[in-house]
Design a protein around this ligand. Structure first.
Ligand code: ATP
Length: 528
């Protein structure tokens, strides 16, 4: 049987992983806070990304060029000049079509309405000077089936006439009024109750300064990536780093999602960890494959090791017009099963973003590569000027943390307290616990000394819990629910033979080890 999302959410609340934001006021839809354990879990995930992408990129591996991968960080602001978002296409195009059910008041993204009869229509819409094909597509079945149906439909339309440009996933309900009777609300099943889709811009607006006039409108960033592109030139000019290299940016993004749902999966405020990797156009396909494979391996390395993780290459018809390759690292969440939900997108973005910003800002964003171009008689190269191509691995830390939580959640009915969070030790918020068996006879003092020693050594990686109260069984159960991998217990024997018991979270097995070996034991198992 699959894991119960209700049980996972209940545990998250009970043990302080995730709380509803503003809960005492009834909550606010699409916003979630992290409690103490959730904060530590997410910090471990963020730290792992930071460590493995920026500080020691790709675990010291070489890229396809045979050189070590080089990455640097930036920290850019949530509010940028509004023209950044015009250049990036977010002001004009970051829209979701939204549909409401007049009967039950449910709200859907029109492109998520998949359990509906299949219709495919085309019409031509004028967008700027360009005419473009606009599709209405509703499929019946799972997202994978619908994608297949859509691909077929597009092939059929392509055979009929040439598609000049395709801007997926654009859903536009042509002639909706005549079709409306065919559509039923996926929630209440009433036919003809859905409103026509309305375009809904996902960017949060605010005002900068005191006057709150139209001229002062600014946007909260919907992604961290654009901050990187607009600082590309500064990074090149002020550091000695050379293409190929990556710039990483981690931080909060905002999207006024039409239908926030599935716990933290689709929130209105969330954290992203994005890397833009700049390379020569000729090398870009090699780098695309490199990053795609590494990102998949990375998610596996932190505990999403089973078949709940998959890499899905986008079909040709799903690609943005500027992309020659995009894939998603996907996780099978309990609420998406048997389908998968996106954790991270890895996209070949060509030179789209730098070119857009170059055009809109009128600042040259090309790169002079001294190591390319024709070989000169003096043995050096003539150099080549180009706009780098970009590979973008864009991960969501909240979705990542949710996947870690769902993967860790295990029910073992044979154990006295059946719910266990089997976090990978690197992700575990609590790294170890030290318990005196009873709170007397010199045991608390020994436990305190061991706790101090472990905190000094491992404290910067996570909590070292010490808890002298309650029965030992209850204390173990609490640690199982929190996902603490190892508990060390000081008992009567410790005082005579200097040994402690160590209990393994996953098996529940216990063994005795010398108290002066505890630190080494942990270090080996935590990989720290
Ligand atoms: P979706 O199709 O699910 O809306 P997306 O393709 O728009 O996602 P990207 O723009 O590629 O997402 O953003 C990169 C990552 O940011 C996603 O893989 C996801 O992990 C995270 N992310 C995007 N939107 C949200 C959200 N509303 N809530 C939580 N995380 C999000």
């Amino acid at each position: 049987m699959g894991k119960s999302m209700d049980a996972i959410m209940a545990l998250c609340k009970r043990r302080g992983f995730v709380y509803q934001a503003s809960e005492i006021y009834g909550g606010i839809n699409g916003f979630w806070d992290y409690g103490p354990l959730g904060t530590l879990l997410k910090r471990n995930l963020r730290e792992a990304w930071w460590q493995d992408m920026i500080m020691n990129p790709c675990w010291g591996r070489q890229g396809p060029d045979g050189e070590p991968v080089r990455c640097v960080p930036v920290e850019t602001r949530i509010i940028q000049h509004p023209r950044v978002w015009e250049a990036s296409g977010h002001v004009g195009g970051f829209n979701d079509p939204m549909v409401d059910c007049k009967a039950c008041k449910s709200r859907f993204r029109a492109d998520h309405l998949i359990a509906l009869p299949l219709h495919a229509l085309t019409s031509v819409e004028t967008a700027g000077e360009q005419s473009r094909e606009v599709f209405v597509f509703y499929g019946l079945g799972t997202p994978a089936e619908v994608r297949q149906q859509r691909a077929k439909e597009i092939a059929r339309l392509e055979a009929q006439r040439t598609l000049q440009s395709l801007v997926p996933p654009l859903v536009y309900l042509h002639n909706y009024e005549t079709l409306k009777a065919d559509f039923e609300c996926p929630a209440c099943r009433q036919r003809g109750s859905l409103t026509a889709p309305r375009q809904f811009n996902l960017m949060f607006k605010t005002y900068v300064g005191a006057t709150a006039s139209e001229d002062d409108i600014a946007y909260l960033r919907p992604e961290t990536a654009q901050g990187i592109f607009v600082q590309f030139k500064n990074v090149v000019d002020t550091t000695r780093i050379k293409v190929p290299f990556g710039i990483g940016n981690v931080g909060t993004s905002f999207r006024n999602e039409v239908t926030p749902r599935n716990f933290t999966f689709r929130s209105r405020e969330f954290e992203q960890a994005e890397l833009e990797f700049f390379c020569h156009p000729d090398d870009s396909q090699g780098w695309y494959r490199f990053w795609r494979d590494f990102r998949m391996e990375w998610w596996r390395s932190i505990g999403l090791a089973g078949d709940n993780l998959q890499l899905r290459e986008h079909d040709q018809d799903e690609l943005s017009h500027y992309s020659t390759g995009t894939c998603d690292v996907e996780y099978r969440f309990p609420f998406t099963a048997p389908d998968f939900g996106e954790l991270e997108g890895v996209a070949h973005r060509g030179c789209f973003d730098l070119t857009q910003h170059q055009e809109h800002s009128r600042v040259k964003l090309d790169y002079f590569d001294q190591e390319r171009g024709e070989l000169l008689p003096n043995g050096s190269r003539k150099g080549e000027r180009y706009i780098p191509h970009v590979i973008e691995p864009a991960a969501g830390l909240d979705r990542g943390a949710l996947a870690l939580i769902c993967e860790a959640y295990t029910v073992d009915e044979s154990r006295p307290s059946p719910e266990i969070m089997k976090f990978h030790p690197r992700m575990a918020p609590i790294k170890a616990a030290v318990f005196p068996l009873v709170n007397k006879d010199g045991m608390p003092e020994v436990a305190q000394k061991l706790t101090d020693e472990l905190r000094a050594r491992f404290g910067r990686h996570g909590l070292i819990e010490s808890d002298p109260k309650q029965s030992i069984g209850k204390r173990y159960a609490r640690m199982d629910e929190a996902g603490c991998p190892y508990c060390f217990t000081i008992d009567g024997d410790t005082l005579t033979d200097q040994t402690v018991t160590v209990r393994d979270r996953d098996s529940g097995a216990q063994e005795r080890i010398a108290i002066d070996k505890v630190s080494g034991y942990l270090s080996e198992r935590l990989g720290l």
